[in-house]
Design a protein around this ligand. Structure first.
Ligand code: GLN
Length: 389
C-alpha cells in the first residue's frame, strides 16, 4: 500500500494558468494568458518595500489581522472612493492575496453542505475553495455576447440551503462591470433569502468608457451581509507580493479572521508597510492607471478585430473574451494549443471556468490578458493577424 492524496483534492488538476505558462515558455509564445503585468511596479512603491525590508523593524510577524497603518489605509480608501464606513480595528483582515481572502471568507462564513451560488465563467479558485470547505457550488452562467445575467435563472438558483453568493465585479474573465440594476437585483435576492455576498473586487480601479465600479457593500441593506475582497496586485502592478484584504461588518469579519489566523496567521510584513504607502497615493495615481490600461485595451481590441476574432469590448479588468469561431474550427483548448504552437501567442481557454454541464457555453471563446507592454500588444496583434489568412 502507498500513501494516497485526500479525496477533497482528488479532482483538482494543475491550474490552467500554470499549464499555459509552461506551454508558452516551451514555444516562445507572447504570453497573454495569466493576468500578470510584464512591466514593473511604480518605483516609489518598490522603494517603500525596500526601505521596509532594510529598516529592520518589519522583518518579524505582522499582527495576524494586518499592520494597523495598512488596515487604516484600507478603511480610508473605502471611505474615499465609495463613502463606506469601515472599522479599521474590527472590520478589516489583511490576507496573502485576494485568493486567500476569498478562501478565508468561505471557511469563516459557509458551513459544509451549504449551497453557494457561483456566476460562470468564474475565477478558477472559487470552486476548489468551495469543495475544500465541503460546500456545494450552484452555477449560474452569464450569457454571451454581452455577458448578461438571466434574472430568472439567478432566482431559481436560490434555495433554502443557499448560504452565500460569490460575486466578481469588474468580472474576470468577461470584462463585465455589473450595473446598479444588476447589483440591485442580486442584492434583493440576497436580502430575501438571507444570503451573504462574497464580493471579489480586485479590478475595482480598472474601468473604462465611464463604466462605474459599484461595490456590493455600498447598496442599501448590503453592508451587513457583504464581505469585500480586494488586493494590491492589480491596482499597483505587484501581483507577486500576494497582499490582499477583506473588509466588512465586524460580525462577519470575526468569522473570516478566525479562519485566516489558522490558514496563514499573518501576511508578509514588509509588503504591508509598502502597501500602506501605496494606498496613500493621490487620486491622480488611479487616473493614470486607468489611462494606461485604456490604451492597452484599445491595442488589444485592434489586434483581435484585425485577426477576425469577435469580442465584446471590456468595460473593466485587463481581460477580454474573444470568439474565434470565424477563424478556427475546434474547441477552446484546441484553439489555445494551436495559437501557442502555430501563431506564437498564448491565451487562456475558459472551459475550466465552467462546470462540466456548462463548459460548452464557451467552446469557441478564448481569454486574452492585456496587462502587457504596448509593444508586446502590437507584436501580439501582428502575430494574431496570421489567423485571418
Ligand atoms: N488572476 C490571474 C488571472 O486570472 C491569475 C491568478 C493565478 O494565476 N492564480 O490570470
Amino acid at each position: 500500500m502507498m500513501p494516497s492524496t485526500a479525496a477533497r483534492v482528488s479532482t483538482f488538476g494543475t491550474t490552467i494558468f500554470t499549464e499555459v505558462n509552461v506551454l508558452a515558455q516551451q514555444h516562445g509564445a507572447i504570453n497573454l494568458g495569466q493576468g500578470r503585468p510584464d512591466f514593473d511596479a511604480p518605483g516609489d512603491i518598490v522603494a517603500a518595500a525596500a526601505r521596509a525590508l532594510e529598516g529592520g523593524q518589519f522583518n518579524q510577524y505582522a499582527p495576524g489581522i494586518g499592520a494597523a497603518n495598512f488596515r487604516q489605509g484600507i478603511a480610508n480608501h473605502a471611505a474615499k472612493f465609495y463613502n463606506l464606513d469601515v472599522d479599521a480595528g474590527r472590520g478589516v483582515i489583511v490576507t496573502s492575496g485576494a485568493t486567500e481572502g476569498v478562501f478565508d471568507c468561505i471557511l469563516g462564513l459557509v458551513d459544509a453542505g451549504d449551497e453557494v451560488i457561483v456566476i460562470e465563467p468564474y475565477f478558477d479558485s472559487y470552486v476548489p475553495n468551495l469543495i475544500m470547505a465541503g460546500a456545494v457550488p450552484v452555477y449560474v452562467p452569464l450569457h454571451p455576447p454581452a455577458w448578461t445575467l438571466d434574472p430568472d435563472e439567478l432566482r431559481r438558483a436560490f434555495t433554502p440551503k443557499t448560504r452565500a453568493i460569490l460575486l466578481n465585479t469588474p468580472q474576470n474573465p468577461t470584462g463585465r462591470v455589473f450595473t446598479r440594476e444588476e447589483l440591485t437585483m442580486i442584492a434583493e435576492l440576497c436580502i430575501e433569502h438571507d444570503v451573504t455576498v462574497i464580493a471579489d473586487e480586485v479590478y475595482e480601479h480598472m474601468t473604462f468608457d465611464g463604466a462605474q465600479h459599484i461595490p456590493m457593500a455600498s447598496l442599501p441593506g448590503m453592508f451587513e451581509r457583504t464581505v469585500t475582497v480586494s488586493s494590491l496586485g492589480k491596482t499597483f502592478s505587484v501581483t507577486g507580493w500576494k497582499i490582499g484584504w477583506v473588509y466588512g461588518h465586524p460580525d462577519l469579519i470575526s468569522g473570516v479572521a478566525r479562519a485566516h489566523q489558522f490558514v496563514t496567521f499573518a501576511s508578509h510584513h514588509p509588503s504591508q508597510e509598502a502597501a500602506a504607502f501605496a494606498l496613500s497615493l493621490p487620486g491622480t495615481y488611479y487616473e493614470e492607471l486607468q489611462a494606461m490600461y485604456l490604451t492597452k485595451r484599445d491595442l488589444m481590441m485592434n489586434g483581435l478585430n484585425a485577426a477576425g476574432l469577435k469580442a465584446q469590448t471590456p468595460q473593466g479588468t485587463y481581460f477580454v473574451m474573444a470568439d474565434f469561431s470565424d477563424v478556427f474550427d475546434g474547441d477552446d483548448v484546441e484553439f489555445t494549443h494551436y495559437l501557442i504552437r502555430e501563431i506564437g501567442v498564448a491565451c487562456i481557454p475558459p472551459s475550466p471556468f465552467y462546470c462540466k454541464e456548462h463548459a460548452h457555453l464557451a467552446r469557441t471563446m478564448a481569454r486574452f490578458a492585456f496587462c502587457k507592454g504596448d509593444d508586446t500588444l502590437r507584436e501580439a496583434g501582428e502575430r494574431l493577424a496570421k489567423l485571418r489568412r
